[in-house]
Design a protein around this ligand. Structure first.
Ligand SMILES: [Zn+2]
Length: 77
């Protein structure tokens, strides 16, 4: 599942076997509603994708991804 992390808090370490291999920009980045999920950081977040999500992005042109909870999804460029 995707994660939102700013440029300061990049290269997130995934849990549950998730390994993040790349990041993409959410729609309207940096003026985006996707905010870094790290501690109390309020910077705009890049969307980090797992290997499988990167394949979906590259091969299937998927642009909407799930965060680890079901509260929202995010659309990327
Ligand atoms: Zn941050």
């Amino acid at each position: 599942m995707a994660l939102s992390r700013c440029k300061v808090h990049e290269n997130p370490q995934g849990r549950n076997g998730n390994e993040y291999v790349t990041n993409v920009e959410p729609i309207n980045f940096p003026d985006t509603s996707s905010i870094c999920g790290r501690n109390n950081c309020n910077n705009p977040g890049l969307i980090w994708l797992t290997k499988e999500e990167k394949k979906n992005y590259d091969d299937d042109k998927m642009r909407i991804f799930n965060f680890p909870n079901s509260a929202t999804k995010v659309k990327v460029k």
